[in-house]
Write a protein that binds this ligand. Structure first.
Ligand code: AMP
Ligand code: MG
Length: 493
């Protein structure tokens, strides 16, 4: 610890216990965030803070800005940059926290453990050629979209604060710099295991696996083969996570193995975006030229990433390598069925179905194919079905839709539950409002170009109550006009 760094007031309720920093130094590098010139608070999530047992109201804006910039450190933090590797677009690379610092793990009053990480906090020994910094727009984007995902009940890292740094970052142009404070169950990634498997010995991989079991999957510790049980559990969580993405039309955009957590939380909101019109081939990321991470490919990529995870565990799965490989393959093969189960269960809820019938898959596929053919908005179409009466828009006035609607109504009537119960189920699983790309871009432009945060705050309020169809936020339900359509997103690194 640098002796001249002052601690921020500890009255906010920090309770650090830094278990990762107690692992061997092979797993990370110790270093402080690099102070910034003139930090200013842009966003502070008091709701999240309260749920963590933290209260920043007693800090002045200036004190909060210094804290979330990493210029002063919270009492009890032990800053580290974590080492990891990853397959980026299919190619293995050594990475690590090149622009992030883990301040430590905060324990909530109920004993839950969360990583507190600064993203954009300066160079580390993993920075390669990067400047260690982040631009404001992508950090605000991560804040907004991660909080929207949380409100959609999808496991995700969360965002506690954004500060501007008073410094510029050089990208294609000069952009205002910023730092995001990210809160996560942990930052252990598939890529963390890949790093250890590549550079460490079997003892190191055991240390990481045991640590992960202890932190995220304590129930598997007593299993006959705890490491195989760990693999199965991670597969289950990721299959469930990606199914939930698919159900809300979320496209992560950069599903490299370093951007896939072992905890099962969504992480790294770079070029992510929600689909407007339903099209399985939708891809936004400007650098994803072959559509590797397109909407419909996400389950396959998740499974591919999990296979990379399984490979790192081979020495722990069985002393006989052939048997270890057989166990890993068997586990990876379960992914499709688990994913399909979660997706189908979710789709049934979206269509108000309480019971399971073999014909349901056909019913679901038909309406999705109809949406694709008519370029119907995915979110709005499903929400419109949850209204009491047949939707009136011109879009729905065609024979194919009527035919499908009749079949669906008959299917609803075949259930014991009254129609109203189906409609409530549907309204609880089909969001009215989500962060549409063109509205996100407009809000970010106002904040970063004019210092006007009112659009962003309003959009944030709307997307963090996605299932309440608030009359004052109806404008957020309008899909983009052709001229407003965002076709490409950028990771902004
Ligand atoms: P990402 O695309 O954000 O998942 O980042 C991939 C890798 O690049 C991670 O190891 C990051 O730490 C690193 N990285 C991204 N941007 C920067 C930057 N501006 N400076 C240093 N490292 C970076
Ligand atoms: Mg990343």
């Amino acid at each position: 610890m640098n002796p001249d760094r002052k601690y921020a007031k500890d009255s906010v309720g920090w309770q650090f216990d830094n278990s990762y920093a107690r692992l061997p130094e092979f797993f990370y590098a110790r270093l402080n965030p690099v102070p910034v010139r003139a930090p200013q608070l842009a966003m502070l999530n008091h709701t999240l803070a309260a749920s963590l047992g933290l209260d920043f109201h007693m800090l002045s804006e200036k004190e909060a800005a210094l804290l979330f910039a990493g210029n002063v450190l919270p009492e009890g933090s032990e800053p580290i940059a974590q080492a990891y590797a990853g397959h980026q677009y299919g190619h293995f690379t050594m990475l690590g926290d090149g622009r992030a610092i883990l301040l430590g793990e905060h324990l909530t009053p109920t004993g839950d453990r969360f990583d507190i990480q600064l993203k954009g906090s300066g160079q580390t020994r993993f920075s390669r050629r990067g400047d260690g910094r982040a631009a404001l727009a992508p950090m605000l984007r991560e804040y907004l979209v991660s909080e929207a995902m949380h409100a959609l009940n999808i496991p995700t890292t969360r965002s506690l604060a954004v500060v501007t740094t008073g410094e510029s970052v050089i990208r294609e142009t000069l952009l205002p710099g910023a730092i995001l404070t990210r809160v996560a169950a942990s930052h252990i990634r598939v890529g963390t295991f890949e790093y250890v498997a590549r550079l460490g010995n079997s003892e190191a991989i055991k240390i990481l696996a045991d640590y992960t079991i202890d932190r995220h999957y304590p129930d598997v510790a007593t299993a006959e083969n705890a490491y195989l049980a760990l693999l199965h559990n991670v597969i289950q969580r990721q299959a469930s996570l990606v199914a939930q993405w698919m159900l809300v039309g979320f496209i992560h955009g950069v599903m490299n193995t370093d951007n896939m957590t072992i905890s099962g939380e969504t992480i790294d909101y770079g070029p992510c975006a929600f689909m407007d019109a339903y099209d399985p081939d939708t891809v936004f990321s400007s650098i994803d030229q072959h559509g590797r991470y397109r909407y419909s490919n996400q389950p396959l990529i998740a499974q591919w990433n999990l296979a990379r995870f399984a490979e790192t565990l081979l020495p722990l799965l069985h002393p006989d390598q052939e048997k270890a490989v057989a166990l890993a393959e068997e586990a990876i093969h379960t992914f499709s069925a688990i994913f399909q189960h979660h997706w189908l269960t979710g789709m049934r809820k979206k269509l108000g179905l309480f019971t399971e019938e073999a014909e349901d898959i056909e019913l679901i596929k038909t309406v999705l194919a109809w949406m694709q053919q008519h370029q119907a908005d995915y979110t709005n179409t499903l929400r419109a079905l949850a209204a009491d009466t047949m939707p009136q828009d011109a879009l729905f006035q065609n024979a194919e839709f009527m035919e499908w609607h009749g079949r669906w109504q008959a299917r609803l009537l075949s259930q014991a539950e009254p129609k109203q119960a189906s409609l409530s189920l549907m309204r609880a699983h089909n969001p009215a409002i989500h962060p549409r790309n063109h509205q996100v871009e407009a809000a970010l432009a106002a904040a970063t170009e004019r210092g006007d945060y009112s659009l962003l705050q309003r959009l944030l309020a709307a997307v963090t109550a996605p299932y309440t169809d608030a009359p004052e936020y109806q404008d957020y339900r309008t899909p983009p006009l052709p001229s407003e359509r965002v076709c490409q997103t950028f990771c902004g690194t």
